[in-house]
Each structure stands twice: as C-alpha cells, then as structure tokens.
Design a protein around this ligand. Structure first.
Ligand code: ATP
Ligand code: MG
Length: 326
C-alpha cells in the first residue's frame, strides 16, 4: 500500500528561484493494485518517484509504504525500509561483466544473504520472470525484453512490497512491451505486489493499470479506477484513454463529439442521433473495453447552422456533447 499525503516538493535553483515540482499530492494505492501515473513533461512524475524512494526529501507532507511513514526516518531505518521498494527503470543498467544470475544475486550479496540461499533465490527469481534457462547468459547475449526481465527479477530479489516502474517499456517494441506488462500483472497476482508505473504511453495504462492519476504541474488533475475516469466524459484522461483518429473537417459542417458508455448506454446515444434527422452524418467512432467496461466516443457532423439546436436536443436526451474545434 502506498500513501502520499499533501506531498510538496519545492526545488530551489540558483538565484533562489523556486520550482514547485509537487504541489500538495494526495494519493492512495491499495495493496495489490497497479496504478499508472501520467502527465506531460515536467509534471512532476520523476520527482514523485524520487520522493517515494526517499532519494529526495519532500519539502512537506508524508510518504508511507504499507503503513510505515518514510518521511523523517533515520538513515539506517530508511535503508531498511528502502528494501521494501523495488525499482524498475527504462534502461536496465545491468552489470555487463556479470551473468544474468549474478546480476540478480547482486542485491542479495549486498544484503548479506548466504551463498547457498542466494543460489536458490536467484533460480526462483529467474524462473518467475520466465528466464529459468538463461542464468548463465551475459547481458550482451540477451534481448531488450530479456534484459528488462532480469531487471525485474533483480528488483524483486529483496522481496519488496512495492514495485516502482519508471517508463519500464519505453525502450521496447510493442510485442515485448505487451509481454513485460503481462509479466508485471502476473507478479502482482502471485506476489500481491503494489505497483506504480510512470508512463507517457496511454496504451500501457490501458493494458496493465487498474487505476490512474494524471499529474499536471505538480497537482493531481484527475485520478481514479480506469473505467471510472474513462467514463468521465470529456475529461482529459477519457480523451486519451479512448482516442479518436484525426479526421479532416467538411466545409460548411461542424463536428460534434458524443460520449457513451459508463452511465450513458450506446442505444440512448444512437436514438438521440437518429432523432436529429437526415442532416446528420457519422464522421468517426471508437470503443474500448477498459477494466471490463465499454466506453466510446462517436463523432458526427451537422450543418453549421444546426449546431446549437442539435447540441440542445442531444443534451436534452442526456448525451454528453462537445463541439470539436475545426
Ligand atoms: N533537481 C532539480 N532542481 C530544480 N528543479 C528540478 C529538479 N528536478 C526537477 N525539477 C523541476 O521540477 C519539475 C518536475 O520535474 P520532473 O522531473 O519530476 O518531471 P517529469 O514529469 O518526470 O518530466 P519528464 O516526463 O520530462 O520526465 C520540472 O519543472 C523540473 O524542471
Ligand atoms: Mg521524468
């Protein structure tokens, strides 16, 4: 379980300028949940992870892992608690001169685990990430996805309660990405891990996350279970979770975007569209099943002169409508 409460981080740069990187973050990720953190460059994602691993000291607020508050701990206790947190990075940073097995064994050696116990653990861990037969391979002999698996096994060596992943699949192709995400879910199921994934790819959120938070300039702009935020029609996360292809506009006609799913069943949207009469046309549409809930968006065009009346009639039927800027 990860709990952040009113977390603030203010960096002081040269010339005494202040950068508010995190501006009062409240976040609660229950045990066993996979939570995504998204947001534009500079939103504070990496700062959030650094505060979680206590690499960075928050300016105020608290960070707690499984009920243990990390903020304010002494150096020794902090080091002990850090072992409860596994980290997976975009670039794996394996030791090139060591085999996969030796890389996984490394944190166990540092922690003073005996040789015999280490060998057993490393074999188990490599098995767990699907590399049971590759322990003797050197990093240069492994594919990008296999290296990331070794990185995940290494992160799990100290039996962490929490796995923090910073862009874990950004350097991988789409098939390998899917395999790694599947592995993360399996590990969550088997080990009861709480997982936090920082990503700029909405496909990662769609595929692996139970819940998601959108950060915007250090603040939580939107947060919740995937199906719920996708059903918040017109919201930024709904738009990016259920994207529509760009389409050329038609002269003299205006595009309206309708949302369905969640509390708005498709048949109600379709009936309301049909009731607009013969002037309406379909431009594009998309549907996604997110955490078992179907959510979609439909774009229609109407004559420019009929925008106000069409919008009013659709809204009267309880349909979420927005005009798409040309
Ligand atoms: N050590 C630092 N000193 C001063 N400012 C910093 C420092 N680290 C980050 N910042 C600032 O804090 C803000 C948040 O940065 P952060 O690295 O957390 O963003 P991010 O969401 O991870 O972005 P990206 O997607 O580009 O990695 C930015 O305005 C950044 O310039
Ligand atoms: Mg970053």
């Amino acid at each position: 379980m990860i709990s952040l409460s009113d977390l603030r981080k203010v960096y002081r740069t040269r010339g005494d300028r202040e950068v508010v990187a995190l501006d009062g973050i409240d976040l609660h990720v229950p045990r066993g949940e996979v939570h995504g953190i998204v947001g534009e460059s500079g939103a504070g994602k990496s700062t959030l992870i650094r505060c979680l691993t206590a690499l960075e000291e928050p300016s105020s607020g608290t960070v707690a892992i499984d009920g243990v508050t990390l903020t304010g701990l002494g150096e020794r206790e902090l080091r002990r608690q850090r072992r409860r947190i596994g980290m997976v990075f975009q670039h794996v940073n394996l030791l090139d001169a060591r085999t996969a097995a030796q890389n996984v064994a490394y944190p166990l050696r540092v922690a003073g685990v005996s040789r015999a116990e280490r060998d057993v653990r490393v074999a188990e861990l490599l098995q767990l990430v699907g590399l049971g037969d590759r322990g003797d391979s050197y990093p240069s002999q492994l594919s990008g996805g296999q290296k990331q698996r070794v990185g995940i096994a290494r992160a799990l060596a100290a039996e962490p309660a929490v796995l923090l992943c910073d862009e874990p699949t950004s350097a991988l192709d789409s098939d390998t990405t899917r395999q790694i995400l599947r592995l993360i879910r399996e590990l969550r199921d088997r080990l009861g891990l709480t997982v936090l994934i920082i990503t700029h790819e909405m496909s990662v959120v769609r595929e692996v996350c139970d819940s998601v938070t959108l950060l915007d300039r250090g603040k939580v702009a939107q947060t919740g279970p995937i199906a719920e935020v996708a059903g918040e029609h017109g919201s930024r996360l709904a738009r990016s979770l259920v994207p529509l292809p760009p389409e050329p506009g038609v002269a003299g006609r205006t595009t309206l975007e309708l949302a369905f799913g969640g509390g708005t069943p498709a048949h109600r949207v379709l009936a309301a569209v049909a009731a607009l009469g013969e002037d309406v046309d379909v431009a594009s549409g998309t549907i996604e099943t997110l955490a078992g809930t179907r959510v979609g968006r439909l774009r229609i065009t109407v004559p420019a002169a009929a925008v106000a009346s069409s919008t009013a009639r659709l809204r009267a039927e309880g349909v979420h409508v927005e005009e798409v800027a040309p």
